[in-house]
Design a protein around this ligand. Structure first.
Ligand code: HMG
Ligand code: MG
Length: 306
């Protein structure tokens, strides 16, 4: 019998990870509407954008405007990605509650994503973390390609553990493990977590799984059984990654919620309201959700209650 936590914290990364890979640059007002709806649905952690080069990711160029326009309910943390000190300073100016720095466990992916080797990227973060620390801004760390790389194939769990440890040493309070291209399967999740947990305890790890091969829910179950209690997801299953062609979006928040509700695990998030937020952003993007739960709910007509 698998062991599950009583409670799980969901981090909705859809407004960032989802929208950064949509061909259409969603208008700022639509992003704001999505984020406000997610906060109203009970999400306490929402990744709302990135302070990266607008030449690299034009979809996130309006992040400061988004932060200025969203409602700021008490108790909800709005975070942004930042690749360097410039990004952290922009996050501070825009009153983000948290920044996330992002490294990779694959050299080639690191080059393609931030134009730097793993070591160079980690070095840049020293400056970025020092700037965040001066303002008391919490820093989250991502490791990409933890279960495979679009360029290098398999990635050794030990390589992931080393990068995770480095991010923790830089001061990241939490390390989110990204299956960027969604190729992992559950047994490999256990093997990975065994290696990473030798360096960073499971209470400080988050599961960030993309759903390319439909394995994300099974992989999340494995991660919960291992002791993780923080899960990243994107409403409607939006997006992918611009530097990982063919990768699907994050696991859908609706799908994770339906599973967690079924397991009796508390999240404080309302599925019906997330469904409506997803329907809204999909209408704005002119595409259907990829979330199976959202599709099932739409076929049933009015939202159901859980
Ligand atoms: P570079 O070209 O090597 O850097 O890019 P640079 O320092 O030479 O700067 C180039 C230009 O960018 C300059 O402007 C800088 O001012 C500007 P120019 O003089 O050409 O007009 N610049 C910035 N502008 C705004 N904000 C900044 C910033 N920094 C520099 N913070 C750089 C290096 C890191 C900037 C670039 O590669 C970049 O922005 N990369 C971002 C890539 C990205 O956002 N990828 C997606 C997120 S990662 C992900 O999705 C994975 C994750 O979800 C987990 C998972 O699934 O695995 C997190
Ligand atoms: Mg991602």
């Amino acid at each position: 019998m698998l062991r599950f936590p009583r409670q799980v914290t969901l981090v909705d990364v859809g407004p960032r990870d989802g929208l950064q890979n949509e061909a259409l640059c969603l208008p700022t007002a639509e992003k704001v509407a999505l984020i406000d709806r997610l906060a109203a649905a009970g999400l306490k952690r929402i990744e709302v954008g990135s302070f990266v080069s607008p030449r690299w990711v034009p979809q996130m160029a309006d992040t400061a405007d988004v932060l200025a326009a969203i409602a700021r309910p008490v108790g909800v943390k709005f975070s942004v990605l930042a690749p360097n000190r410039l990004g952290v300073e922009a996050a501070i100016n825009a009153r983000a509650d948290e920044v996330a720095i992002f490294a990779a466990a694959s050299e080639t992916f690191s080059r393609r994503n931030v134009n730097a080797s793993i070591a160079e990227a980690l070095q840049r973060f020293e400056d970025a973390c020092a700037a965040a620390a001066r303002y008391g801004l919490p820093v989250r760390g991502y490791v990409s390609c933890v279960l495979g790389c679009p360029y290098e194939g398999e990635i050794a769990p030990a390589a992931v553990a080393t990068v995770a440890r480095h991010l923790a040493d830089l001061g990241c309070y939490e390390i989110s493990l990204g299956d960027t291209i969604g190729v992992g399967t559950a047994r490999r999740v256990y093997t990975l977590l065994e290696a990473v947990a030798r360096e960073v305890p499971p209470e400080r790890l988050a599961a960030h799984f993309h759903d390319t091969y439909g394995q994300a829910l099974a992989n999340i179950l494995a991660a919960l059984d291992f002791g993780l209690t923080v899960v990243d997801s994107a409403t409607a299953g939006l997006g992918g990654c611009p530097y990982a062609r063919g990768a699907a979006g994050n696991v859908a928040t609706e799908d994770v919620l339906f599973m967690l509700n079924g397991l009796g695990i508390e999240t404080g998030v309302d599925l019906d309201q997330v469904y409506l937020a997803g329907a809204g952003v999909c209408a704005a993007l002119g595409r259907p959700p990829v979330s199976k739960v959202a599709l099932a709910m739409s076929r049933r007509g009015a939202p159901t209650h859980h």
